[in-house]
Design a protein around this ligand. Structure first.
Ligand SMILES: Cc1cc2nc3c(=O)[nH]c(=O)nc-3n(C[C@H](O)[C@H](O)[C@H](O)COP(=O)(O)OP(=O)(O)OC[C@H]3O[C@@H](n4cnc5c(N)ncnc54)[C@H](O)[C@@H]3O)c2cc1C
Ligand SMILES: Cc1cc2nc3c(=O)[nH]c(=O)nc-3n(C[C@H](O)[C@H](O)[C@H](O)COP(=O)(O)O)c2cc1C
Length: 509
């Protein structure tokens, strides 16, 4: 066999340097020196100017929403404008992260574009995640073989990490499920096994769960519809997050004037109050005459179950993920209701269908080389502790050590001090520098996290002056207002300043 090209042009697209490093390593590979390899940013390459004696090797990450890194944007625009690229032979090594919905979006799209323009791939496209080193180790010698004329070697190599999503969730076995408090409905710890999935989650990311509906609700719906097959047909349809579009359709089908009236703009608050805690069966029973809506109608109107997000409470890069979940169980109209996702994960024995999504806005701060690690002020109420535990566990496991302060709010110390033993351990080890719990119902007056902020204002002011980042997690309707006011009272305008400086990280739901 003999060499199929004379030269190798290695174009990299890279934001934070991973792809650039690989491209440079490739250009220095002794086995490829016969092709005078040259590594350069993709934007410095004009695809239409490449000739048949030169192969283009693309090593690039994806950014934003599956878009090219900054130094590959012009190249993409040029490739889109190029008429035909029949002479071009190329290979694409994509780096990405499966936690992004558009995993390797740029390199997948580029590969499709190049073949569509007539260019011929030398090796199957690579979709690599954080474990790209291993793929690179396998891919490089294969590329060498293909360049020497062994075309089959390129067709035989399959290096594509599987990315999970709504339509294709990963079935994760439950390793542990236990109540963390003594309340009802309680806060639960859930540990899921994701080993072998290829999924990689970081502290601060979210795990999304695809629920299946509560058996009692499905039975009751099947009964109302007079259609036993509804139990199966509606098992994975959204029955609890009821939108206006669905209500409009139901009002039309059933001819219910009462429902039409409730949908009027002026009655928004009334509708919101009605829907709080309601499910599809309530709407059918309250507004639709039996027989006016059939199972076939519902199948045409109902969306698949919406994924529910949960903050990851574990450190990243593990074979397991831990969640902290507040159970939802209440009675309305004599019927016991459970949240779709919470009910499913707290009662179901089999694996749970999940996928991870990156949430860079809640990751640990990344310091530049030589920069001192910024202090962390972590504020969470209830299950809002979950991602903060993830950040603390990540710090405990991998560092860097930094000054940390956790302000944790719950109802009663004796019943609700989630993860107390572990937090005390972290305190003793110096991972957690200041632990400031705020129990609202232990004293004569209510005491919330914002009161702890006020009571410890000098400590927090000092941390802020040392460049602290603030991570806030919990209830979206109340938490931020109280906390931001307490911060602003401690130092005027600080909340807005933190936000503008990118030092405020919120996860409110
Ligand atoms: C980014 C993000 C992170 C999150 N992280 C976490 C987390 O770490 N832990 C966690 O527990 N949750 C978390 N959540 C919330 C989670 O996604 C779900 O919304 C929650 O668990 C409820 O889902 P469900 O399917 O069980 O409830 P659903 O079936 O969707 O029902 C929820 C509905 O039930 C009704 N309802 C709820 N409580 C009551 C009540 N007491 N009385 C009457 N009606 C009620 C309301 O109408 C509410 O809209 C997070 C949400 C987001 C967006
Ligand atoms: C803000 C941000 C956005 C990202 N967006 C995506 C994305 O949409 N798809 C993907 O597969 N990877 C995404 N990633 C992951 C990167 O592609 C991945 O970390 C890669 O290794 C970075 O390589 P680089 O250092 O060469 O840029 C993103 C990373 C960050 C920090």
């Amino acid at each position: 066999m003999s060499a199929i090209v004379e030269r190798l042009l290695i174009g990299y697209g890279s934001e934070s340097g991973n792809a650039r490093t690989l491209a440079r390593r490739l250009s220095a590979d002794p086995a490829l020196q016969a092709y005078a390899p040259r590594a350069t940013p993709l934007d410095e390459i004009a695809p239409e100017a490449l000739d048949a004696h030169e192969a283009l090797i693309v090593v690039s990450s994806s950014f934003g929403d599956g878009e090219p890194p900054g130094n590959a944007e012009i190249f993409l625009a040029r490739a889109r404008e190029a008429p035909r690229l029949e002479d071009l032979r190329y290979a694409v090594f994509g780096l990405g992260d499966t936690a992004y919905p558009q995993f390797c979006g740029f390199t997948k799209g580029l590969d499709a574009l190049l073949t569509e323009r007539g260019a011929r791939p030398l090796v199957n496209r690579v979709d690599a995640d954080a474990g790209y080193e291993e793929f690179f180790r396998l891919w490089t010698p294969t590329l060498g073989k293909v360049l020497q004329g062994d075309a089959q070697a390129g067709r035989d190599l399959h290096l594509r990490v599987k990315a999970y999503g709504e339509a294709d969730a990963y079935a994760a076995p439950i390793l542990e499920r236990r109540q963390l408090d003594k309340d009802a409905p309680g806060a639960w710890l859930l540990r899921l096994d994701i080993s072998g999935s290829g999924m990689s989650c970081q502290a601060g990311d979210n795990l999304h769960l695809m629920p299946e509906n509560d058996a009692a609700l499905l039975e009751a719906l099947a009964h109302w519809l007079g259609a036993p097959e509804a139990v199966e047909a509606l098992r994975r349809r959204e029955l609890r997050q009821i939108g206006k579009g669905l209500l409009r359709d139901l009002a039309k089908l059933s001819g219910s004037e009462a429902l039409k009236g409730l949908l009027k703009i002026g009655r928004r608050k009334e509708l919101e109050d009605y829907l709080w805690g309601a499910d599809l069966l309530d709407v059918l029973e309250d507004f639709c005459a039996p027989g006016s809506v059939s199972l076939a109608d519902l199948e045409g109107m109902l969306s698949p179950c919406l994924p529910r997000a949960y903050s990851i409470a574990s450190a990243g890069g593990s074979e397991e993920v831990e969640l902290c979940v507040r159970d939802i169980a209440y009675e309305r109209g004599g019927r016991l209701r459970r949240g779709a996702a919470t009910g499913w994960m707290l009662s179901h024995e089999g694996p749970l269908r999940v996928f991870c999504r990156s949430n860079p806005g809640f990751h640990l701060p990344r310091e530049a080389p030589g920069e001192a690690p910024a202090p962390l002020i972590l504020i969470g109420a209830g299950t809002g502790l979950a991602p903060l535990m993830g950040l603390l566990r990540e710090t405990r496991l991998r560092g860097p050590r930094r000054e940390t302060c956790l302000i944790f709010g719950e109802k009663r110390r004796a019943r609700d001090f989630l993860h107390e033993a572990e937090l005390r351990e972290m305190q003793a080890e110096g991972v957690l520098t200041h632990l400031l719990p705020a129990f609202s119902r232990d004293g004569a007056a209510k005491y919330y996290v914002q009161h702890a902020v006020t009571d410890h204002a000098p400590l927090l002011r000092g941390m802020l002056e040392r460049g602290a980042h603030v991570h806030l997690c919990g209830d979206k309707s109340h938490l931020e207002r109280g906390v931001s006011e307490a911060f602003d009272a401690a130092r005027g305008g600080i909340w807005r300043d933190l936000e503008q400086a990118g030092r405020l990280h919120r996860e409110l739901y």
